[in-house]
Design a protein around this ligand. Structure first.
Ligand SMILES: [Zn+2]
Length: 145
């Protein structure tokens, strides 16, 4: 990516990047970063492996993912969110971040406790914006064929 395009994209996604830098600084200061992989995903995301399982978030070019969740498929899913961020720019947090965090994660944990894991996973990844992140990350789930 040319420098001008990189700078424009960084600014376009700046709300996510500012939040990511704050989270990265906090996690680093508290010793919760296990590994940092720069340019891990084309075209150059930074992937932080965090000492916490069951967690993944994509903020612009920065991906935070739990150490037990850092399989290639999960990173590709988060990369799909990176593409959503690039397309939506400053609207990403409202259009993807909030629906994902509240509409999917919190709702699932509160309302689906009795569901078997397989049903919860299928429900979660069938929802907007998770299905879109899968599609953009090139992930084909068994139920999406
Ligand atoms: Zn997701």
């Amino acid at each position: 990516m040319k420098k001008t395009a990189f700078v424009f994209a960084w600014l376009w996604q700046s709300p996510q990047h500012v939040l990511a830098l704050a989270i990265g600084a906090f996690l680093t200061a508290t010793g919760r970063i296990e590994d940092c992989r720069r340019n891990a995903n084309p075209p150059g995301d930074t992937v932080y492996i965090v000492k916490r399982s069951g967690w993944g978030v994509s903020l612009g070019r920065y991906i935070f993912i739990g150490d037990a969740c850092c399989a290639a498929e999960n990173i590709r899913h988060e990369r799909g969110h990176s593409f959503q961020s690039l397309a939506m720019g400053p609207l990403y947090l409202a259009l993807v971040g909030l629906p994902s965090a509240i509409g999917n994660n919190v709702w699932d944990r509160l309302m689906h406790r009795e569901w078997p894991d397989e049903k919860r996973v299928k429900w979660y990844y069938s929802r907007y914006p998770e299905a879109g992140a899968d599609r953009l990350g090139g992930i084909l789930r068994p139920w999406s064929v």
